[in-house]
Design a protein around this ligand. Structure first.
Ligand SMILES: NC(=O)c1ccc[n+]([C@@H]2O[C@H](COP(=O)([O-])OP(=O)(O)OC[C@H]3O[C@@H](n4cnc5c(N)ncnc54)[C@H](O)[C@@H]3O)[C@@H](O)[C@H]2O)c1
Length: 286
């Protein structure tokens, strides 16, 4: 059935949505990228073009291949238009349960019964999101990693009512995209963020209680554990607002020992969200 997937919609053209759109376009699947305003779509497509330009410079693709990829991406601010003739919709808007529920409710009224719904949520309950639709068996988490066009993993999250057939279909779609799918039942943070959150949060606490400097902690983790990025570099890369949302949700679900460190909340309230705002734990000049 999934072999018939030839057109999808990705909602939200931020860090993740634009990368996810690129992954599908590279696999020659038509993708409609949707956001609330044209300026966000412009930003998303600019990110995609930047990546393709670098790929041409590195001789990984030709200019013709880049044009072919871009031809598979359609931009839209009109949800009704965007969801015509699609077989799958992937939601990648802000990590806010109510915003996602409102969107899925609207999508449910616009899309035909066959359309599969996927959320790229980092931690939220798939069953709770699915419950606002009339298709909980065709609803699952498709959790891509940042940047989607380079990271191989996609966590496939099963809600309480997700059909096994739909899971199998999406796992084979991931293979078609050149990705490796790892299925998981739902739990706060799924697999990767459940393990990542306490690790990063402990690093924030080591820093804020003066045990060591962030640069030293980053070096220790890179050299001692062979991680490509230290916890502060990784947090800035992911987005401190995204990490705070994940942490708050895991704390709410699993208890106070998961409570976000104060320094993280403070940086977010000051608008220091990491690389995307040019300042987080570190300052970036480009
Ligand atoms: N950033 C990461 O590393 C990462 C990794 C995996 C998963 N995620 C998850 O992916 C999702 C998106 O994260 P992001 O980092 O790309 O966020 P982002 O802030 O970069 O982008 C979100 C985009 O969604 C748009 N948007 C908001 N409400 C909308 C609506 N109702 N309809 C259409 N567009 C809307 C915004 O305008 C914005 O362009 C979140 O659920 C996040 O938890 C993020």
């Amino acid at each position: 059935m999934i072999a018939d997937i030839n057109r999808i919609a990705v909602i939200g053209s931020g860090t993740m949505g634009s990368g996810i759109a690129l992954v599908f376009a590279q696999a020659k699947i038509e993708v409609v990228l949707v956001d609330v305003e044209q300026k966000y779509l412009d930003k998303g497509i600019e990110q995609i073009k930047k990546f393709l330009k670098r790929s041409i410079e590195k001789e990984k693709i030709t200019p013709n291949e880049s044009n072919e990829i871009l031809k598979h991406i359609i931009l839209s601010t009109n949800l009704e238009e965007a969801t015509k003739d699609i077989q799958l919709v992937i939601e990648a808007i802000i990590e806010n349960e109510n915003a996602k529920k409102n969107l899925f409710e609207e999508l449910d009224s616009l899309c035909s019964d066959e359309v599969i719904f996927a959320s790229n949520t980092s931690a939220l309950s798939i069953s709770r999101l699915a419950a606002v639709t009339n298709r909980p068996s065709k609803f699952l988490g498709m959790h891509f990693f940042n940047p989607p066009q380079l990271m191989k993993l996609v966590e496939i999250i099963k809600g309480k009512k997700t059909s096994e057939l739909v899971v199998e279909e999406i796992v084979s779609l991931c293979t078609r995209l050149g990705k490796i799918a790892v299925p998981s039942n739902e739990a706060p943070g799924f697999i990767v963020n459940r393990l990542l959150w306490p690790f990063l949060n402990e690093a924030y606490k080591l820093f804020e209680t003066g045990v060591s400097e962030k640069e030293f902690i980053d070096s220790a983790i890179k050299l001692g554990l062979n991680h490509p990025m230290g916890p502060f570099e990784l947090s800035d890369y992911i987005g401190l607002d995204v990490m705070l949302d994940i942490g708050k949700y895991i704390e709410e679900q699993l208890g106070v020992s998961y409570k976000p460190a104060e320094i993280l909340s403070r940086l977010v309230s000051e608008g220091k969200l990491g690389k995307k705002t040019k300042e987080g734990f570190y300052i970036y000049d480009k």
